[in-house]
Design a protein around this ligand. Structure first.
Ligand code: ADP
Ligand code: MG
Length: 318
């Protein structure tokens, strides 16, 4: 057990370096040199114990996930990440916990060349607030408001894995490792987001559920969407888990959250460019529907309307 300043010293020793960090952890604030001519892209996300991750989650995964959900927001903007800050509230200063947390956090940070440039450390219930800062060329950010009627709708990777893991955890059942990995250690689609800049018209990361998040694109863009529910990409572990239960499969894929894939729209004649972007960034993409003039998100099954039990997760609802 150690005090606040020991915790900060342990974190500081692991923070990583970049030539554009003039002054990192240790002073009253950090000093950074932005890349000339680039726009800064900034995102913040908080993870509360028991809300955003089960209390028994290993600290390595809490560290990884608290950065991953933030990097996912930069990916959805088509931005290249550079720096992050970490506000850590925890009930006690447990060295082993902090070390494992930072192991997970920095494993992902170093994969993307992100330096930890500051933060705050306080006593309280376990809560982690991370901010990330990245760069995008002016005019190249992927926003939610650019979808146009006639655009194809695409999604990266596979959907439903994290929601399947969560439902197993909530009912006290064992989780297959491949599903659990998707819940504990999501992969932010940074390379894909950057490659889609200049190709996609609109983009969002799928954190609350596909239909809910696609709904945000539609609302911001003043359009609607039709999604073919049975075209949603699934992993083989997820297929094995849902088996013959097609309705559970559809609900987990269409409305389950926490996958952190990218959902984006692109002009119908840009399909080849989308496939090239996917190939160059090493992640599969699947066409799942079409943007429509008529408002609202419609889920379709063989052309007929299909109704999910809920569209996605929302805090303070119900
Ligand atoms: P102040 O009282 O001026 O806010 P702190 O004692 O909170 O200073 O922080 C000292 C330094 O350590 C600052 O540079 C701050 O950014 C950094 N820091 C504090 N907590 C963390 C943390 N959890 N992760 C990274 N840097 C931190
Ligand atoms: Mg402080």
């Amino acid at each position: 057990m150690s005090g606040e300043f020991d915790v900060i010293a342990r974190i500081r020793a692991r923070a990583g370096t970049r030539s554009d960090v003039v002054l990192g952890i240790g002073d009253d604030a950090a000093l950074l040199t932005p890349s000339p001519g680039m726009q800064l892209v900034v995102a913040t996300d908080t993870l509360n114990c028991g809300v955003h991750f089960p209390a028994e989650t290993a600290p390595y995964y809490i560290g990884w996930k608290s950065l991953a959900v933030n990097l996912s927001d930069l990916a959805a903007m088509g931005a290249q990440p550079a720096w992050c800050s970490l506000s850590l509230s925890m009930p006690q200063a447990d060295d082993a916990w902090v070390d494992a947390f930072i192991d997970g956090f920095m494993a992902l940070a170093s994969m993307h060349g992100v330096a930890l440039i500051g933060g705050d450390t306080t006593r309280g219930s376990l809560s982690i607030c991370v901010s990330v800062i990245g760069f995008v060329e002016p005019g190249h950010a992927l926003k939610r408001d650019g979808a146009k009627a006639g655009d194809d709708i695409w999604v990266s990777g596979t959907l439903g894995d994290a929601a399947a893991a969560l439902s197993l955890w909530q009912s006290g059942q064992a989780m297959p490792a491949a599903l659990r990995e998707r819940l504990d250690r999501p992969t932010p689609r940074i390379a894909l987001g950057c490659a889609l800049s200049g190709i996609a018209n609109a983009c969002i990361d799928v954190s609350d559920g596909l239909l809910a998040d696609l709904g945000h694109i539609c609302k911001a863009s003043g359009v609607g969407a039709e999604v073919d529910v049975d075209s949603l990409p699934a992993s083989s572990t997820f297929f094995a888990f849902t088996g013959e239960d097609l309705e559970t499969r559809r609900h987990l894929q269409a409305a389950g959250g926490d996958d952190y894939e990218l959902c984006f729209t692109a002009p119908a004649d840009a399909g080849r460019h989308v496939e090239d972007a996917a190939r160059s960034s090493g992640v599969a993409v699947t066409r799942i529907g079409r943007i429509t003039k008529a408002h609202g998100v419609r889920a379709l099954l063989d052309g007929d309307a299909w109704q999910p039990i809920s569209v996605g997760h929302e805090h303070f609802s119900g």
